[in-house]
Design a protein around this ligand. Structure first.
Ligand code: SF4
Ligand code: SF4
Length: 469
């Protein structure tokens, strides 16, 4: 917890070491100890090292009442039930508004909605492999090749999965052990509409899917959860077609990697189970939080130390034994109490303005009641998506954690937030002055993006996140 950090860490967080203050004079100790202790701590885990201010903890920073937590049905989200939530007439009105606005703005050459923006957004959504509960199942198994299956300790297996996923394009990787009374409840009870098939756990050797259900074997006790980095740059052009190609490209990459991971596990001699439809398997922000990939936030999504909120997360279950990774704390839940920037700039008022997270959901699209969160009004958010024609995302781009963290000043700020809540209000005010956010408008002129012929590949920096420290 931040309160447990040493004075040395505090001073380092505040950047005073760089300002010439003698740490030895202040504390009588070696100023590098705190940082090396923190790095040594993370080295014990089968994950890459992290910033010194990221602490491994035993419990996630969000309160969860596992006893009363119930498995949720994916089709209850606004992805599956928006029409029911807003009614037929209202739904038709919003769908027409979206169609009309997109046509009008493309004809008028509105920056971010022009023909080139629309064409690129649609193009990068191409090439996604089909969703398959057990993956494509095309590569050879060890049995096919006449060799024994791969065997290694859970730690070694976690390491090779991490290495493989990084090579496939994942950003960060973590592991959660499924327990019937807690973490297993994060697997959806029913998959998305229109099938709404139940997902069962059964005592079978290999899982399966038939017309009535999806079955995960009890022995598939390990979750592999990973993030995919989104482009911080293109997200700044939301809410436009240019901004929304951020998520379009990320999902194309994500589903490709999910298929490759299924095939990698098959090639090792193991089975795996994942989404059979879009987002159809598990509550990924929660699993990513449990695996230590980030903390939950006012966005009701994770914020990672490496990429802020600029990630998508996805999970699959496997029968390959893996070593769980620990949750982390770096001050996000406390910082969000003071910040509220995302909620204030949200054009639809969908995000909570309450200082404290709540047990109560905002509607049937939330799995409220047994975990404390800043629940969002998803219908308001979706209504705005139909109005601006795309998936908006300005709450993500306005978040202080979305700023490129390779700027040394920003590293100091993040370290400070992780160390103490004392300066949070001041830091919020400073961030707003330095990076003013705009409601319902791109942060940058979309036409300027098209003038840069030296853009980062896929809009992302794959060495970001302290990988060079
Ligand atoms: S995507 Fe847009 S409308 Fe939805 S919560 Fe974020 S800022 Fe609000
Ligand atoms: S904008 Fe502020 S309140 Fe919103 S998620 Fe980011 S840090 Fe938290």
């Amino acid at each position: 917890m931040p309160e447990q950090l040493t004075r040395r860490q505090m001073i380092k967080a505040l950047g005073l070491a760089g300002a010439g203050v003698s740490l030895a004079a202040v504390s009588g100790g070696n100023p590098l100890n705190a940082a090396s202790e923190a790095i040594a701590d993370t080295k014990a885990q089968p994950v890459p090292r992290r910033y010194w201010w990221v602490k491994n903890v035993d419990k996630i920073t969000m309160e969860v009442d596992w006893k009363n937590y119930k498995r949720f049905s994916e089709w209850k989200t606004t992805r599956g039930s928006l029409k029911e939530y807003r009614g037929n007439a209202e739904d038709a009105k919003y769908l027409k508004l979206q169609k009309d606005n997109l046509l009008k703005w493309e004809l008028e050459n509105v920056p971010g909605y022009t023909t080139k923006d629309t064409a690129l957004k649609n193009a990068v959504g191409y090439g996604r492999p089909p969703f398959q509960f057990m993956g494509p199942q095309t590569v050879s198994t060890p049995q096919d090749r006449g060799v024994p299956i791969y065997e290694g300790s859970p730690e070694e297996s976690s390491r090779i999965i991490t290495a493989a996923l990084r090579h496939m394009g994942a950003a960060t990787v973590g592991f959660v052990q499924l327990e019937p009374d807690s973490t297993r409840k994060l697997i959806y009870a029913e998959e998305p509409a229109p099938s709404k098939k139940p997902i069962f756990f059964e005592n079978v050797d290999v899982g399966y899917e038939d017309e009535k259900k999806l079955v995960v074997p009890d022995k598939a006790r390990w979750i592999i959860v990973f993030t995919i980095q989104m482009s911080t740059e293109t997200m700044k052009y939301g809410p436009t077609q240019l901004g929304s190609l951020t998520t379009a490209l990320t999902y194309t990459r994500m589903w490709t990697i999910v298929s490759q991971l299924h095939e990698f596990l098959r090639g090792l001699g193991y089975h795996s189970y994942g989404p059979s439809q879009f987002n159809g398997f598990s509550i990924n922000p929660a699993l990513a939080t449990l695996a230590g990939l980030g903390e939950m936030s006012r966005l009701n999504r994770i914020i990672t130390p490496e990429y802020g909120p600029m990630v998508r997360a996805v999970s699959i279950a496997t029968d390959l034994p893996l070593a769980p990774t620990k949750p982390i704390s770096f001050g996000v839940m406390d910082f969000c109490k003071d910040c509220k920037t995302c909620a204030e700039i949200c054009p639809s008022g969908a995000l909570s303005m309450d200082r404290e997270p709540s047990w109560e959901g905002k509607g049937p699209w939330n799995n409220g009641g047994a975990h404390k969160a800043w629940y969002e009004d998803s219908v308001k958010c979706r209504n705005y998506w139909n109005t601006c024609g795309t998936n908006c995302g300005t709450c993500f781009s306005s978040c202080p954690y979305a700023v490129d963290d390779e700027a040394s000043m920003h590293k100091i700020i993040k370290g400070t937030i992780a160390s103490t809540t004392m300066f949070n209000s001041l830091l919020v005010a400073a961030d707003r002055k330095a990076f003013p956010a705009t409601t319902g408008q791109p942060m940058k002129n979309p036409e300027d993006w098209w003038k840069d012929t030296n853009l980062a590949e896929m809009g992302i920096d794959t060495r970001r996140g302290g990988r060079n420290i």
